[in-house]
Structure formats: C-alpha cells, structure tokens
Design a protein around this ligand. Structure first.
Ligand SMILES: [Zn+2]
Length: 291
C-alpha cells in the first residue's frame, strides 16, 4: 500500500487532500522572514508578531489549496477525476487519473488555478477597501495586514504560475498551443519543457542581475530563493522534456509494430510532471508590503 503523502485534510472534488509534513518548513521560513517585519510595523504586538507571520503561512497554504481545488473541479467537470491534491514544500499539486484528451480541455484546467487566485485577490482587495471605508477595521491593524497579505500572495501565485514553461500552469498553455498546431501532445510537452528550462535560468539571473544593473547589491535571501526556485523549475522542466521525447519515440515505435506492455505510452503517469496529468502551484515569498 502506498503511504499517505501527508496529513489528510478532507476531500475536494472527490479527491483526498493532504498536507505534506514538509509544509512545516515553509511555515517556519515565512514566520521567521516576516515576523520581524510585522513587529516593526506593529510594535505593540511584541512576540505576537510571529503569530501574525504564521497567519501569512496559513493564508499562503489556503491560497494554494484554492488554486489546486480549481484545477481539480475543472478537471472533474471534463470527466477527469483528480486522484489526490497535496500541499507540498513549495506549493501543491493535483494529480489526475488520466490525461486530457484535447488541448482546449488541458488549457481550461491549467487556467483555472491562476484564475482562482486572481479571483481570491480581488475578493480580499474589495473586503479590505469596504471594511476600512466602513470603519470596521483599522487600516494599520492586524486584519488589514492579513487582507493585504491575501491580495499579494494570490496575485503572485497567479503571476508566477502563469509563466510559460512546464512544470508551471503557463507551460500547459505552451504545450497545448504546440499540440493544437502540430497535432502532437508530446511535441507540445517537449517544447513546454524547453521553455521551462529557459525560465529556470531566467529567474535566478534576473534576481541577481536586476539589482546589479541598478548598481545595488543583490539581496542574499531573494537570490537564494530564486536559485532554489530555478533548481526546482529546472528539474520539472527536464522531466517534461524527457517525458515528451520518450512518448514521441514510443509513438514512433508503436506505428512500426505492437509495443511490449512496458512500452505503453498511455500508461498511468506516476510523476507529477508526466505530461498533462498534474497541475502545480508554486508559492513565491510575497513581496514586502507596507501598512
Ligand atoms: Zn496550478
């Protein structure tokens, strides 16, 4: 029996939802990064500032959960049930039982994630404006900070995941565009993997290069985070290139003769980046916000 990938949180669109133990690491990093900042903004909180920073981590997890739930629901509406939703060390993923059959269907499922984050950001922004205008919350208080965090986290989740390269959702759009143009999903997967590799190099290069161009020293935390994100992207993109290439070669072989059972290119995917089966959300540490 396969071990559970984490703490069960319930079900979404029929699929079990798990919280990976590694999420605790993200929560600790967010708490230690933003705790001092919250304390500077609201000195009266004292050590309670770190509890507010922990609230940031919870908001990030809920935002990722909404993102993955949107993937799962749009997939299920197309007759593609999700097998599981997991909140992981650096985001989450939704694993489907099978593959999308059309480029349009794959794009719809991919777009649902970033779109849900934009919707959540809009709701939080409206709630912030309305409650402050009505005098229900203090514009420099904890509730205002948490709502601002919800706006920032969701805008960044949507923007980052829409970048055009696998393993990000935007990569599914590249994959589907090439798939629609060539008739080959596998060529699409390979192309989207290559664009993911370009992104993997661009993210750390920009994080270090942009401050240098302005004559500033790069922020070490931002540079380390960008390098980590770049490494994760590089691994996912490399797997996508390999999967696309392997399936294309197997398809060629299949056209030449019947494949052996282990060569079936339509076997159930076991890797989150294996073709169109998985959708992921990657969190960025949100930008510093100002009260
Ligand atoms: Zn996603």
């Amino acid at each position: 029996m396969t071990p559970r990938p984490g703490l069960p949180l319930g079900r979404i669109a029929g699929a079990p939802v798990y919280l990976s133990p590694a999420w605790v690491l993200i929560a600790a990093v967010v708490m230690l990064t933003f705790g001092p900042q919250v304390r500077r903004l609201l000195p009266s909180l004292g050590a309670g500032a770190y509890l507010v920073a922990l609230g940031y981590a919870v908001i990030l997890a809920v935002s990722v959960l909404v993102h993955e739930a949107a993937h799962a629901m749009v997939g299920r509406a197309q007759g593609l049930p999700a097998e599981e939703v997991v909140l992981t060390l650096w985001g989450g993923h939704t694993q489907f039982r099978g593959l999308h059959t059309t480029p349009l269907g794959s794009v719809a499922t991919a777009l649902a994630g970033p779109a849900s984050n934009l919707a959540l950001a809009g709701l939080a922004w409206a709630a912030l404006g309305l409650t402050e205008a009505a005098g229900l919350i203090d514009g420099r208080g904890v509730a205002s900070l948490l709502l601002q965090m919800t706006v920032w986290a969701n805008v960044l989740l949507a923007a980052f995941n829409a970048l055009p390269g696998l393993p990000l959702d935007g990569g599914r759009m590249v994959e589907s565009a090439v798939w629609a143009a060539t008739g080959s999903r596998d060529r699409g997967t390979e192309a989207a993997g290559w664009s993911g590799r370009v992104l993997a190099l661009a993210v750390p290069a920009l994080a270090v290069g942009l401050p240098l161009l302005r004559g500033d020293a790069p922020d070490l935390l931002v540079a380390a985070l960008a390098l980590w994100v770049g490494l994760m992207l590089w691994q996912g993109a490399g797997r996508a290139v390999a999967v696309g290439r392997r399936r294309r070669l197997l398809d060629d072989l299949r056209q030449e003769g019947p494949p052996s059972p282990e060569q079936r290119p339509d076997a159930a995917p076991t890797d989150p980046t294996d073709s169109a089966a998985a959708h992921t959300a990657r969190p960025c540490l949100p930008k510093e916000h100002r009260a």
